[in-house]
Design a protein around this ligand. Structure first.
Ligand code: NAD
Length: 518
């Protein structure tokens, strides 16, 4: 169960649509082990994107509450850091068990606040859970190195130590997975943490923190502050905070990187994306089209690894467009908790109208709208932010829908004469998050894998998000920083090396073997 007031929101016993009838709750802060109401007079509504109902009120944390959260984290650090690694790991073992036990409640909260289908919401929790599982095996990643005899009788060794207080700033699109990319590894490595969830869908993060406390995370090790720009600025500037993990849009991420680095912090910023699929003429039509439709329209296209551009080598012939449109048309747009929903609403009316604007502008620039999701009406949810699957053809790199990250269920189809031409398109785009090639040719796949200037590559795999024993390795415009999130790189981000050079005079041994000289 949950102590945070989210129980009604996520009660498995009640029909999920009934949740909207409840009185909106206040979203709590977590400071020094206590879930508390903010004293602020500034609150913003968290809306159900399928209905516009206000689900909860989120506080814009005050500066003094922020300072208390940072102090709590700083005070908890010495003891937590001194807690043996296996003891810290045992908290994660318990945490993963509690996440599993509360999977449905977490998923329901995500569907209500974020809009994605329950199946996608479970996936959101599950991909985060996998990072928690990896944190249970953190010990080998934390070991250092040693070399004996770097000089006569002198040994040199390095150890990895936690940084201290670190912070995480999250986007709306994966309300469980992204917080779980961050704090489990950070705290298991011995840091204490300040989490700022997305102000659009804070519920899952608060519920997860509740479970982490129940799992035995000592007070002050994980703290939550809510808000938007002000809190972000305080995080960037606060001298106690040593590092920031950010996931979100380009503008915010570059700003946070610059401001955080200027204050002497380590920052990793995962930014926006434009992920291309390259479809070779020899690819299997059925499986490729199915993969494309899922990767472009699933979660209403609001994934940083969604495929938003499909580059057809040899051109988008009827052989491809027919089955692609059929697959896109077969997807059901509905509120995320409805059983037949394949995709839910977009996060906000603004996000939806922006996507519609980009579609219109590209059509006026010469793109052909093969399937138009604008104006889709979902019976019973007429006020929802729905946009149906949209397929644009004849898209060129100068068009708005290509230059901008649409972050909606819109697939831009492009034509390329050869694999070289396709590679040139992908490698010229500013972003370098993910990409995929569909082919039966090992030679084409190998060439693509080797030459593509993108950090995560799928070969006949549409959304190649690495499992957490690897790292999330976005490149170029999709990432600023050095060390990536989760995996070995994530542990390195949350720790620093200390290198010791030690000399123990040999005489000591002789003294000890002749007994203490009293
Ligand atoms: P966003 O940048 O609007 O918000 C992310 C966080 O930054 C929020 O916590 C928000 O409060 C804060 N923020 C927003 N604007 C700010 C500003 N001007 N100053 C200071 N703080 C600010 O992103 P979003 O809309 O929540 O998420 C969608 C974006 O995230 C997309 O661009 C998507 O590609 C990206 N994303 C990237 C990855 C990745 O791993 N690269 C993963 C998920 C999402």
């Amino acid at each position: 169960g949950f102590a945070t007031g989210f129980r009604w929101l996520a009660s498995a016993a009640a029909p999920i649509s009934a949740a909207a009838a409840n009185t909106p709750i206040k979203v709590k802060l977590l400071i020094n082990g206590n879930f508390v109401d903010s004293a602020t007079d500034k609150w913003i509504g968290v809306h159900n994107p399928a209905t516009q109902d206000v689900l909860s009120h989120l506080p814009l944390t005050t500066k003094s509450e922020f300072d208390s959260a940072v102090s709590a984290a700083a005070e908890a650090f010495p003891r937590w850091r001194a807690t043996p690694v296996p003891t810290r790991v045992r908290v994660m073992f318990k945490f993963q068990e509690l996440i599993r036990a509360n999977m449905e409640e977490l998923a329901r909260s995500i569907t209500l606040e974020q809009g994605k289908t329950l199946a996608d919401a479970r996936g959101d929790v599950f991909r985060g859970l996998e990072v928690v599982e990896t944190a249970c095996g953190i010990a080998p990643f934390l070991t250092g190195e040693m070399l004996e005899n770097v000089a006569g009788g002198i040994d040199c060794y390095s150890v990895r130590q936690p940084l201290g207080v670190v912070a995480g700033i999250c986007p709306f699109n994966f309300p469980a997975m992204v917080p779980l990319w961050m704090f489990p590894l950070a705290v298991t490595a011995g840091n204490t943490f300040l989490l700022k969830p997305s102000e659009r869908d804070p519920g899952a993060a608060v519920m997860l923190a509740d479970l982490a406390q129940q799992a035995g995370l000592p007070k002050g090790v994980l703290n939550i502050v809510h808000g938007s720009r002000d809190v972000v600025n305080w995080i960037c500037d606060d001298p106690t905070i040593r590092a920031i993990s950010f996931v979100g849009s380009n503008a915010a991420g570059r700003y946070i990187y610059a401001r955080g680095c200027a204050a002497g912090k380590r920052v990793q910023s995962n930014l926006g994306a434009k992920n291309h699929a390259v479809i070779m003429p020899d690819a299997d039509v059925d499986s490729t089209v199915k993969a494309l439709a899922g990767a472009a329209f699933g979660a209403a296209g609001q994934r940083c690894m969604a495929i938003s551009a499909a580059v057809f080598v040899g051109g988008l012939s009827e052989r491809w467009s027919g089955p692609l449109l059929e697959a896109a048309r077969s997807l059901k747009v509905n509120a995320g908790w409805e059983k037949d929903a394949d995709l839910g609403p977009m996060i906000s009316p603004e996000a939806k109208s922006r996507a519609e604007r980009l579609i219109a502008s590209s059509a006026s620039q010469g793109a052909r709208v093969l399937l138009d999701g604008r104006g889709v009406v979902v019976p019973g949810y007429e006020r929802g932010n729905f946009l149906g699957p949209t397929v644009l053809a004849g898209v060129t790199p100068d068009m708005e829908c290509y230059k901008e990250e649409v972050f909606g269920p819109v697939l831009s189809c492009m034509d390329a004469a050869t694999l070289d031409d396709a590679l040139a398109i992908v490698n010229t785009n500013e972003h370098g998050n993910g990409t995929a090639i569909f082919t039966r040719s090992g030679a084409a796949a190998r060439r693509f894998q080797n030459e593509v200037d993108v950090g995560m590559v799928g070969i006949n795999v549409p959304i190649p998000v690495p499992l957490p024993f690897f790292s999330f390795t976005g490149w170029r415009g999709s990432f600023v920083g050095d060390l990536h999130m989760y995996g070995r790189s994530g542990v390195q981000f949350y720790t620093q090396s200390k290198t010791v050079t030690a000399k123990w005079p040999a005489e000591d041994v002789a003294q000890i073997s002749s007994g203490p000289s009293l």
